[in-house]
Write a protein that binds this ligand. Structure first.
Ligand code: GUN
Length: 283
């Protein structure tokens, strides 16, 4: 019988703990932790994410500073803002919602964010440290997945983990985290020739492909742990993941649902990273 890993429940528990830590910090330091959230343009999905990030800040007691930039903002204007935020003592974390409008060079802009304020963990410095197994700020979604595995005491050491997807935001850092936790890791992607066989070998599958119900029951080993990072719409417009949940669940020991799985963890990990960054800078 499979067990569902409830991301909503774990996220709520973590947020309650974060809230306590934030309260303690605010009281002891006479200042609020500050997170700057930068959104350029009117991408509807980004608007929803940003709204939810600001809501999460309110919930845990972090002060959010929202910057809504016109879609036509120039590279120079964006960089000027990021330089100001980088210098601002009230700002502990800076988040630039991606994707940025196409005319902007996001890599160049993100390089302005100091490592200790890079609460998304996207900088070369933070990703490099992660690769080397050193202390770093880790991208929110894969870090949230690790917390979910931990919360269920799922054994990672020595297990075969297959990450499907190789994005900089999820797939690559996910693979590194699993590797650092002593899994034997395979990263699969759109050019992988024997994807089904690779998945069938896996004790743990992390699906981060961006294709509705892509992982089907015939690709999953009996007793596998299946983590679904996907957020798609099915043929009826209903929210669904990268995993065909209804058929795959019967094969699994653990599985995450969509919605209510990895999704709620991502924003919680942003709050977590913001606090962690502040606490570390105090050491
Ligand atoms: N766009 C999609 N996911 C993310 C994320 O985790 N952080 C940021 N900044 N942008 C995103």
């Amino acid at each position: 019988m499979y067990k569902i890993i409830d991301g909503k429940e774990l996220a709520a528990k973590m947020r309650a703990d974060i809230k306590k830590d934030v309260e303690k910090y605010t009281k002891e330091n006479g200042r609020q932790i500050g997170l700057a959230v930068v959104l350029a343009g009117d991408n509807p999905a980004s608007q929803v994410y940003v709204r939810n990030k600001i809501k999460a800040c309110e919930e845990v007691g972090i002060k959010s500073y929202a910057y809504y930039l016109d879609g036509g903002v120039t590279q120079a204007e964006l960089e000027k803002l990021l330089h100001t935020l980088a210098e601002d003592k009230n700002i502990d974390g800076i988040l630039v919602q991606l994707p940025l409008p196409k005319h902007l060079d996001s890599e160049k802009a993100l390089r302005i964010i100091p490592t200790e304020k890079d609460v998304d963990g996207f900088s070369a410095d933070n990703t490099g440290k992660l690769c080397q197994g050193k202390e770093s700020i880790v991208a929110c979604t894969p870090n949230g997945v690790m917390k979910m595995l931990e919360s269920c005491n799922i054994d990672i050491c020595g297990k075969r983990a297959v990450v499907v997807g190789r994005s900089n935001i999820v797939g690559k850092p996910m693979a590194m985290l699993l590797l650092n936790a002593d899994a034997t890791v395979t990263v699969c992607h759109s050019k992988t020739e024997n994807l089904k066989e690779e998945c069938l070998n896996a004790d743990i599958i992390v699906a981060a492909i961006g294709k509705a119900k892509f992982i089907t029951a015939d690709m999953v080993k009996e007793g596998a742990v299946v983590i679904d990072v996907g957020m798609n719409r099915d043929e009826n417009g209903k929210l669904c993941g990268d995993v065909d949940f209804e058929s795959v669940k019967e094969k699994c020991s653990y599985i995450t649902p969509v919605p209510g799985g990895v999704g709620p963890m991502t924003i919680t990990m942003l709050m977590y990273n913001t606090c962690l960054s502040v606490m570390r800078s105090e050491r």
